[in-house]
Design a protein around this ligand. Structure first.
Ligand code: HEC
Ligand code: HEC
Length: 258
């Protein structure tokens, strides 16, 4: 998969600097500035995985406090409140198709908006959608550079659900081909049975197998982008086929956990 190199708006560099502080300390005197180094060297996997993590949990990523009151725009008949009413994922879903649509809980699909239409749109246009109703995030909660990264993520960083999962949420990949990926990349932390190292979202069981069978979109998002504030990897560098294979294998883990 080759994608065009992204241009990073200068404001975006702020967040990257925070994440890459070690690069700064390692620079010899007279070398490029850190900004120059970042603009030349930071690639899209890094930036988009930060975007994905912001989409998942803005507050963990930026260190801001979650507003104390519930988001007034969050419909009270929806049960996904446990995700926190201010997180992008709470309203737009783990597959970006609108949380309500994904859960199928209420049938009132107009409550949330699919963000699939943002794919391929100029990030500058996507960035205009955040400040006005129904969002109401002010610049303190959502600084401009965070908006830029989120806009890039929505434009070029969304995974394509249809490529990876069928209508029932079953992976289209091969479990046999996914096993070596899991054993090489995941088992160190999550163990061979996929039951270690998980706290997760509210209602999750500590089992990757259970998660992949019951919450495949959530698992895909986390595999692609990592888990905010933890050591979890961002696997979006892998081709779609390998992501699908990995998902197919993870589904087979811990099969007794229904
Ligand atoms: C309380 C629920 C809620 C939360 C939280 C939320 N949104 Fe939205 N969002 C909506 C709704 C509803 C719309 C449709 C607005 C409209 O009809 O004009 C929308 C529209 C959008 C659009 C424009 C879609 C279009 O078709 O024009 C974008 C982009 C977007 N949201 C991104 C985000 C991001 C990124 C976050 C997190 C920072 C977020 N939203 C958080 C409810 C939410
Ligand atoms: C360096 C350790 C590490 C490695 C390697 C690792 N993870 Fe994780 N993973 C974590 C941590 C830490 C979390 C966050 C757990 C928490 O707080 O719930 C996590 C969370 C997850 C979640 C989210 C669970 C949820 O509740 O939504 C999934 C899915 C996941 N990992 C899958 C994988 C897969 C698949 C691989 C291999 C490609 C992998 N991880 C490799 C450490 C790791």
């Amino acid at each position: 998969m080759t994608t065009p190199r992204l241009h990073f708006p200068a404001r975006l560099i702020g967040l990257l600097l925070m994440c890459l502080a070690p690069v700064a300390t390692g620079l010899p005197a007279g070398a490029q500035t850190v900004e120059q180094k970042l603009e030349e060297n930071v690639g899209e996997v890094f930036v988009l995985s930060i975007g994905g993590k912001l989409y998942d949990n803005l507050f963990t990523m930026t260190g801001q406090e979650v507003p104390k009151k519930n988001n007034p725009n969050f419909p009270d008949y929806v049960s996904s409140k446990s995700l926190g009413t201010w997180r992008c994922v709470s309203c737009h879903g783990w597959d970006y198709g609108g949380a309500d649509g994904e859960r199928g809980a209420t049938g009132k699909s107009s409550a949330f908006r699919s963000l699939r239409t943002m794919v391929g749109l100029d990030p500058k246009i996507v960035a205009t959608k955040f400040r006005s109703a129904p969002h109401g995030y002010d610049a303190e909660v959502l600084p401009d550079f965070v908006v830029d990264i989120l806009a890039l993520f929505l434009s070029v960083g969304q995974y394509d659900r249809g490529l990876l999962l069928d209508d029932k949420g079953t992976s289209k990949g091969s479990a046999e081909a996914g096993q070596p990926i899991f054993e090489g990349a995941c088992s160190n932390c999550h163990q061979l049975d996929g039951r270690a190292y998980l706290r997760g979202e509210s209602g999750d069981k500590s089992s990757l197998g259970w998660l992949a069978r019951n919450r495949p979109e959530q698992v895909l998002h986390k595999i692609m982008n990592g888990f905010p504030g933890t050591d979890m990897l961002a696997m979006r560098f892998m081709p779609d086929q390998q992501i699908a294979d990995l998902m197919a294998y993870v589904r087979t883990l811990d099969a007794k956990q229904k």
